[in-house]
Design a protein around this ligand. Structure first.
Ligand code: KG4
Ligand code: ZN
Length: 334
């Protein structure tokens, strides 16, 4: 019998639906919310409303384009957390109602585990155990992945996420939200050694990114006092220098984790894995340290329902379903 699962993602500001059939992703429909751009960050209340508007059309498109009829669906999967409570509620409520109406099982998915399981959508796939560096707007984690559904967080940030550091720096430079991709773009033209910012020195595998944000703030304030055109004249160099510092911080801990756990299969996940500086560094490490590096396709790096569907496939195989009284958890842990 075919196993067809509809998966819904609504944890932050992307409304997404995907159908997986017998372990193969058939589609990945994503509606991005542009409403947040002018506010310089995601506004939770507006995100929930936009999910409410986008969800039905996105689900409809996923089902229509899959060629699978509603009565051929085997289960409904959804993101339980972590994420914005109001955004999660929209996806969870919809998934529950739909599963109840169709009389099929419901599968709850941890968004952070799903980011990692996105590596199993396409070839090449990492071998267990591997280490995944998950870097997004909300998280910075080093995860030891022992099996599809057996993961251990071995390091994480004690304050800001690295994506947040990219976005906050961009905001200070007057760039629109989300600024990470723009910093990446301007950094390509700049000198990464032009300006120096502190690399945090946290113990073990713990990250910290709040210091660099403050350092950039004071650096800009001091330089703008002397030259009001400082940012315009040095944009590429500032972006390159900040990016260099952020990537160096990530790489230091990643190398430490790989050494500590004696692992050479290294994966990255989350929106910041699109960063070209990080990708270059990883490529370098594959040559220098013999790492096998795994980077998902861009469409599976940022928030998407295909990764939720992939995770749901593994839970379905193990009959890991949840009850209809399930609630979202904004701070759900791996
Ligand atoms: O995983 P994601 O789509 O959403 C969550 O936060 O869960 O990640 C979004 C983050 C944002 O902070 C965005 O600025 C960052 O990923 N990002 C990048 C790049 N592309 C996306 N940061 C640096 N360089 C990029 N090329
Ligand atoms: Zn995410």
């Amino acid at each position: 019998m075919n196993v067809n699962i509809l998966a819904i993602e609504s944890s932050c500001d992307e409304t997404s639906a995907s159908i997986i059939s017998n372990g193969k992703i058939l589609n990945n429909i994503v509606a991005t919310q542009s409403v947040h751009e002018k506010y310089g960050g995601v506004v939770p209340e507006l995100a929930s409303r936009a999910h409410q508007q986008h969800l039905i059309p996105v689900v409809h498109e996923a089902i229509e384009s899959s060629g699978i009829a509603k009565n051929e669906l085997s289960a409904i999967a959804f993101t339980k957390g972590p994420g914005l409570m109001g955004s999660l509620m929209v996806g969870v409520s919809f998934a529950k109602s739909f599963a109840f109406a169709l009389g099929i099982p419901l599968i709850d998915i941890n968004h952070m585990e799903a980011h990692i399981l996105a590596h199993f959508i396409d070839e090449p796939k990492p071998q267990f155990p591997f280490i995944c560096l998950t870097v997004s707007g909300g998280h910075t984690q080093l995860v030891l992945v022992k099996d599809y559904l057996e993961m251990e967080v071995v390091g994480e940030t004690m304050d800001d996420a690295v994506g947040e550091a990219f976005d906050k720096t961009a905001k200070l430079l007057g760039l629109p939200y989300p600024g990470g991709p723009l910093i990446d773009k301007y950094a390509k033209e700049g000198n990464p050694k032009a300006f120096q910012f502190p690399i945090s020195d946290m113990p073990g595998l713990t990250f910290s990114f709040s210091g660099i944000k403050t350092a950039v703030l004071y650096f800009l304030r001091d330089n703008l006092k002397e030259n009001s055109q400082f940012v315009e004249q040095n944009l590429a160099d500032i972006c390159a220098s900040v990016q260099y510092t952020l990537i160096k911080t990530l790489m230091q801990k990643l190398k430490k984790a790989a050494k500590q756990y004696k692992i050479k299969d290294i994966a990255i996940a989350g929106g910041v894995s699109a960063n070209s500086g990080l990708r270059n560094e990883l490529e370098l490490m594959s040559k220098e340290l013999g790492w096998n590096v795994f980077i998902p396709k861009f469409e599976y790096c940022t928030d998407n329902a295909a990764m939720i569907a992939m995770a749901a496939h593994f839970k379905y195989q193990r009959s890991q379903f949840c009850d209809l009284d399930v609630s979202p958890e904004a701070r759900l842990k791996i």
